[in-house]
Structure formats: structure tokens, C-alpha cells
Design a protein around this ligand. Structure first.
Ligand code: UD1
Ligand code: CA
Length: 450
């Protein structure tokens, strides 16, 4: 039986921010959300966030998480003081308490599960997650005897020069037998450099205590400043990219690519350099994205290519070719085997299969049939200054270069629009429409000028 407490009351002075530290986000999720997510595999009986600094803001940010409880620590007198606030809420509770810092966002669920298991199998009063760090600066140092029995945790600020040499650190993850911890919590002292009640002092007042090293020390990185925030992002990115490469995705120059963890990729997708995949994007097998593309919240079918293009909130069906330099946004939907080329923008537009818009066009609020050809420079004039209007283009219709289609307007099937036309009225099936001045040639005009 385990209850989880997450320490999230501190301000995070070293972030130099108005936003509470635990609400800073890394890879699209706040630090504290990530911590909460990491305990999911444990199926804890209760999850309690201890909040204090800008408590309302933290609460609001987390209100969508079901059954998350909040306990307020109105003044922040240290991590031990934070856990003291649980006393009235856990009266009579007989199980274990897993404590996590709200600013340690990279822990894997598996790691916590193993940690809890070790604590329970050994019937420890307390178990502390530790790591040997190449650069232990800023962390509490953990001192054990020859049998790995924890003797003392000394905060960085309280360390002597010799103690600072110790690279074994406290990760800020603890499991306590609650009944044992509850007995000593009221007796913590604040006689240290920061005049705080340290939770780390409680560890040495119960027995038996065990220190358990984490296998991958990157998991326990605490975020105290913006540099560590940036490092955490990089670590998350490496994890995500390794996962997709193992699943059959090719990443070329992977360091230049970013992928949100919400993205789904199929085997045999190829991602070229400088490409960024965001939000709820799905890319199906055989597609080749990049170089230089941004795809967000979009569904990309099989065997699609997209070079130097931006695709947001849109769908591209199988076999279509996008770019270079195309922009799809606002629920654009491109059918199968289409070609959307250089400097073409599609907004809230649905193109039927085998339709091409290869150069220099804007199609907004448009629906086309199949096998349509949008000539270079075709523009839908969809906005009258107040409202947006729709353009409908039938099957096999071809617009000439530099046509303007003034919406609302419907072009039928098999319509030809002459180059340079401004079309303001509907055109029936099987027609040629010309809407421009006839060319006038005045011969000998140059001579007459004099
Ligand atoms: C803490 C540990 C240190 C460990 C490190 C790991 C203590 C005394 N020290 O140090 O041994 O190596 O974490 O990252 O615990 N908080 C509250 N209320 C408070 C103070 C802090 O809720 O009164 C919260 C903070 O919001 C934060 C967490 O507790 O999420 C840790 O506090 P922080 O000040 O960052 O502790 P560290 O100095 O990093
Ligand atoms: Ca910290």
C-alpha cells in the first residue's frame, strides 16, 4: 500500500521567474505533471501535492488530474516542514509514503516501481534513491557505512570542503514507513545553513535505512535553474528519438530534429534534418519528412513527402508530395497523390485526389473535386473584410495562371479558367471562362509619340 506525496510548494528562486518552478514546462508538460505521470505504474492509493508558493496557480494548472489531492504549506520552511503538513491528512495510515520532489521530472515509472519493491521486500523504515554524479554540486551528499547503511545526508550548503568531494547524492526520492516517519516529524530541527526543516534529517532517525543507486543517473536530475531545464529537454529528446529509431524510423542528423512525446511514427518513416514534429502528429509508413519541416497536430498518410514545409492541424493522404515551401494550416485536407508545391498556402481547404497546386497559390475555405489543376498564382479571394466565404471547384477543372476566384463561388466540372481572370460569378460544367480585358495592340504607337 503506497501513498505518494509530491513536494511542490517551493518558489524556485534560482529559476528567476514569476512562474512557480514546478509549472515550468519541459517538452510540453510541466515539471510537476511529469512527476505525477511517473508514479502512474505504482497505482498509488492516494496522490497528494504539497503546494504553497502561488498555490492557486499550481492548483489550477493541475485541476484536470483526477483524484489529485492538495495540501497547503503556507510558509515554506523546508522539505521536512512540507511533509509535516501531511500529519493531519494521514492519521492512522499504516502503509508506505513515497516522497518525490516536484522538480525531478525525468524519473521513469519502472525505476520507481523497482525502488518501491526494494523498500518493501527489505522491510525498510526508509529507502533513499541515490546516484553517483560526475558533478554532484548543489545536491545533498549521502554518506553510508561499508554495508551501504545510510548514515547521514548533508546538504550542499552545509558540506565541508571534504564532504563536497563525495559524489553520491540524494535524488530527492524517498520511501518511508509512514508510522515511523510520523513519530519523528514533529521533532525535526532547523539548525543548518538554510535554517530550514530538512526532510533529509528524518532519514537518519529511523532504522533500517537503505540507499539504492539509480541505474541511469540522468533520471534524477533536479531542475533548479534554466540551464538544468534545457538539459532535461535534451535528455527527453534523446529518449524519444531512441525509442523511434528502435521502432524502425530513420532520423538523419538526429540532433537537429525535435519530436514531442505525443507524436506517433510508423516503421520506415524517414525524418531529415531540421525537422520538428509536434503535438498529436501521426506519420504513416514510407513517408519522408524534411529537411526543414514543421508538422504539428497533423495526420500524414503513407508515402508522403514534405520538404521545407509547415503543416499544422491538417491531413495529407497517401502518396501526396508537399513542398518545397508549402504551408498547410487550419484543417487543410489534401487527398491522395496530390502535389502541393512551392509557395502554396492551404487554409481550411479540402483537395480531392490527384489534384495539383504546384506554384504560388492561396486556397482558403475551398473544396475541390478530383484531378483538379490549380494554375500558378491562383488565389481565392475568400474574405470580404467581414466574413469568410467558400469556393467550390469541380472535378478536372483547371485554373489558368493568376486567376482570382472571388468567393462565394462555384466552378463546375471540366471548367477552364483563362489565365489572368477574375471570376466573380458561378461557372457551369464544361465551360471556358475568360474574365479579363481583351488585349489591345496599337501598332506604330512608339513612332506616333513624337
Ligand atoms: C533537495 C534535498 C537534497 C537533494 C535534492 C535533490 C532537502 C533538504 N534537500 O534539495 O538533499 O539532493 O533535493 O533534487 O530536502 N519544497 C517545498 N516546501 C519547502 C521547500 C521545498 O514543497 O518548504 C519543494 C520544492 O518545491 C521542490 C522540492 O521541495 O520541489 C525540493 O526543494 P529544493 O529547494 O529544490 O531542494 P534542494 O535544495 O534541491
Ligand atoms: Ca531542487
Amino acid at each position: 500500500m503506497v501513498v505518494v506525496a509530491i513536494l511542490a510548494a517551493g518558489r524556485g528562486t534560482r529559476m528567476k521567474s514569476n512562474l512557480p518552478k514546478v509549472l515550468h514546462s519541459v517538452g510540453g508538460k510541466s515539471l510537476v505533471e511529469r512527476v505525477i505521470q511517473s508514479v502512474e505504474p505504482l497505482q498509488p492509493e492516494r496522490r497528494i501535492a504539497i503546494i504553497g508558493y502561488q498555490a492557486e496557480q499550481v492548483k489550477t494548472a493541475l485541476q484536470a488530474i483526477p483524484d489529485l489531492e492538495f495540501v497547503e504549506q503556507t510558509v515554506q520552511l523546508g522539505t521536512g516542514h512540507a511533509i509535516q503538513q501531511l500529519l493531519p491528512h494521514l492519521e492512522g495510515y499504516e502503509g508506505d509514503l513515497l516522497i518525490l520532489n516536484g522538480d525531478v521530472p525525468l524519473l521513469r515509472g519502472e525505476t520507481l516501481k523497482n525502488f518501491l519493491q526494494i523498500h518493501q521486500e527489505n522491510q525498510n523504515a526508509a529507502t533513499v534513491l541515490t546516484a553517483k554524479l560526475p558533478n554532484p554540486q548543489g545536491y545533498g551528499r549521502v554518506f553510508c557505512d561499508d554495508h551501504n547503511v545510510l548514515q547521514q545526508i548533508v546538504e550542499d550548503k552545509d558540506c565541508t570542503a571534504a564532504q563536497k568531494e563525495n559524489q553520491r547524492i540524494n535524488a530527492g526520492v524517498y520511501c518511508f514507513r509512514w508510522q515511523d516517519l510520523a513519530k519523528i516529524l514533529p521533532h525535526l530541527q532547523a539548525n543548518n545553513a538554510q535554517k530550514e526543516y530538512y526532510l533529509t534529517d528524518a532519514v537518519t532517525q529511523v532504522a533500517p535505512v537503505m540507499a539504492v543507486d539509480v541505474a541511469d543517473y540522468q533520471e534524477i536530475g533536479g531542475i533548479n535553474d534554466r540551464l538544468q531545464l534545457s538539459d532535461a529537454y535534451d535528455i527527453l529528446q534523446v529518449r524519444i528519438k531512441q525509442k523511434w529509431m528502435k521502432a524502425g524510423v530513420t532520423l538523419i542528423d538526429s540532433a537537429s530534429i525535435t519530436i514531442d512525446e505525443t507524436v506517433e511514427l510508423e516503421p520506415d518513416v524517414i525524418i531529415e534534418p531540421q525537422t520538428h514534429l509536434r503535438g498529436n502528429t501521426v506519420i504513416k509508413t514510407g513517408s519522408h519528412i524534411g529537411p526543414g519541416s514543421l508538422i504539428e497536430n497533423s495526420l500524414i498518410g503513407e508515402n508522403v513527402t514534405a520538404k521545407y514545409s509547415v503543416i499544422s492541424d491538417s491531413v495529407v493522404q497517401n502518396g501526396s508530395r508537399i513542398g518545397p515551401y508549402a504551408h498547410l494550416r487550419g484543417h487543410a485536407e489534401v487527398g491522395e497523390n496530390c502535389r502541393i508545391g512551392n509557395f502554396v498556402e492551404l487554409k481550411n481547404t479540402k483537395l480531392g485526389n490527384n489534384t495539383n497546386a504546384a506554384h504560388l497559390s492561396y486556397l482558403g475555405d475551398t473544396i475541390t473535386g478530383t484531378k483538379v489543376n490549380i494554375g500558378a498564382g491562383t488565389v481565392t479571394a475568400n474574405y470580404d473584410g467581414v466574413k469568410k466565404h467558400q469556393t467550390i471547384i469541380g472535378d478536372r477543372t483547371k485554373t489558368g495562371s493568376n486567376s482570382v476566384l472571388v468567393a462565394p463561388i462555384t466552378l463546375g466540372n471540366d471548367v477552364y479558367v483563362a489565365a489572368g481572370s477574375t471570376i466573380t460569378e458561378n461557372v457551369p460544367d464544361n465551360s471556358l471562362v475568360i474574365a479579363r480585358q481583351r488585349q489591345v495592340v496599337k501598332e506604330g504607337w512608339e513612332m506616333k509619340k513624337e
